[in-house]
Design a protein. Structure first.
Length: 128
């Protein structure tokens, strides 16, 4: 996938190639390869942040259900919305909204919502 070219190939236009020492060639990536690697690193960073946010949301939903004395169903939360937002200090971060289900002991399922701003719980709502 990556075809890194030796510096001698890159500098051939600007210098006499016969004066370059072949044993000390340095490999230089192309601009496309640099942008691709940066995109890959950004994608992995976003995925790791999303996984951490999901785990925080799951723990916060379980804690809210425990405090309200209801049963947190399936031990899962579902991401319903993700967008850019600003925290109290004005820094840009992801605002993620999650949905989860709980029951109060009856056979009826109820829905709750949870909002994370960055990695902080902003709001928990237990519906009726």
């Amino acid at each position: 996938m990556f075809r890194w070219r030796p510096v001698s190939v890159c500098l051939r236009r600007y210098a006499n190639a016969s004066t370059l020492d072949v044993s000390s060639q340095i490999l230089v990536p192309t601009l496309f390869e640099i942008v691709g690697l940066l995109g890959l690193v950004a994608g992995v960073g976003y995925w790791l942040s999303a996984m951490r946010g999901t785990e925080l949301a799951r723990a916060a939903a379980a804690r809210a259900c425990h405090d309200a004395q209801v049963q947190f169903l399936d031990d899962t939360v579902v991401l319903s919305q993700s967008r850019l937002g600003r925290d109290a200090a004005g820094h840009a971060c992801f605002e993620r909204q999650f949905r989860f289900e709980f029951t109060d002991g009856n056979e009826r399922r109820s829905y709750g919502h949870l909002t994370l701003l960055g990695h902080q719980v902003k709001q928990v709502w237990l519906g009726s």
